[in-house]
Design a protein around this ligand. Structure first.
Ligand code: CA
Length: 228
C-alpha cells in the first residue's frame, strides 16, 4: 500500500472553530481541507477523494444534513457532524443520515481527533493500527482492489495495471512500463491495448465513485494516479 496522508474535509463556517480543527488534524498527521460552505465542500469532494468529512450542521448556504445527503451520491466518505444544539443531535439520530458520529460544540481538539481516528478505524477495519489509510485498499493476497469502499471487479490485466499505478501514486508511467507491469508478454500487446484497458478501469472506478476520476492522463507521457 502506498503511504498517503489522509485528507480530512472540514466544513465549518466559523473560522475560530475551523482553525482549531485544522491545527489539531495537522498535528495528528492528517491533511485538512477547510471549506466554509456546503457548496464548496461538495465541489471539493468531486475533485478529490477524502478519507472523512467533519461537517457542521449549521452552514450559511445549506444545512449539513442536505450536504450529507448530497455527499452520499459522491461516494459517501464517513461523516462526523458538529452540532451546536441538542435538537440537531435528535435529528442526526432520527434521520438515519448515515452519520458515523457527532460532536456537540464546544468540544476539545483532542476529542475530535480521537473520534476521527475511531471512525477511520471502523471504516477501514483491515487497516487497524496503520498510520494512514486511503480511499484505496489493495489486498494483494486476494488480488483485489477496493476504491472508496467498493470492491472493483477487474480482469487480470486491469488489476495489474491499476496495481502498478497504485504502487506509486503521482508517478507517471509510460505505456511500455505499464505493459511490462500488466502483461506477461508485453511484446504481444499494442500501445492502444494499454489505453483500452485504462479506459475500462476508469469506467469501473466511475461506478465505484462517480466523478472521482483518480487516473490522470499525462499527455504524451502516460498515466499516473492522482496523489490524494
Ligand atoms: Ca456554523
Amino acid at each position: 500500500m502506498p503511504t498517503i496522508r489522509q485528507t480530512i474535509l472540514v466544513v465549518e463556517d466559523e473560522a475560530s472553530i475551523a482553525e482549531t480543527i485544522v491545527y489539531a488534524l495537522q498535528t495528528e498527521g492528517f491533511t485538512p481541507l477547510w471549506k466554509t460552505t456546503g457548496r464548496e465542500a461538495l465541489a471539493a469532494l468531486k475533485q478529490q477523494s477524502v478519507a472523512l468529512v467533519v461537517l457542521d450542521v449549521g452552514l450559511p448556504d445549506m444545512s449539513g444534513f442536505d450536504v450529507c445527503r448530497e455527499m452520499q451520491k459522491l461516494g459517501a466518505p464517513p461523516v462526523i457532524f458538529l452540532t451546536a444544539r441538542s435538537s440537531e443531535v435528535d435529528k442526526i439520530v432520527g434521520l438515519e443520515l448515515g452519520a458515523d458520529d457527532y460532536l456537540a460544540k464546544p468540544f476539545s481538539p483532542r476529542e475530535l481527533t480521537a473520534r476521527v481516528r475511531a471512525v477511520l478505524r471502523r471504516a477501514n477495519p483491515d487497516r487497524v493500527g496503520a498510520p494512514v489509510a486511503t480511499a484505496w485498499v489493495h489486498d494483494e493476497a486476494r488480488c483485489r482492489i477496493t476504491y472508496r469502499g467498493k470492491a472493483l471487479e477487474l480482469t487480470r490485466n486491469e488489476y495489474r495495471l491499476l496495481a502498478a499505478l497504485l504502487a506509486s501514486p503521482g508517478r507517471v508511467f509510460n505505456r511500455d512500463q505499464l505493459m511490462a507491469a500488466a502483461w506477461d508478454d508485453p511484446g504481444a500487446a499494442f500501445d492502444r491495448t494499454v489505453d483500452a484497458h485504462i479506459k475500462m478501469v476508469r469506467a469501473k472506478l466511475r461506478e465505484a465513485a462517480p466523478e472521482a476520476d483518480p487516473i490522470v492522463t499525462n499527455r504524451g507521457l502516460g498515466y499516473s494516479l492522482r496523489e490524494e
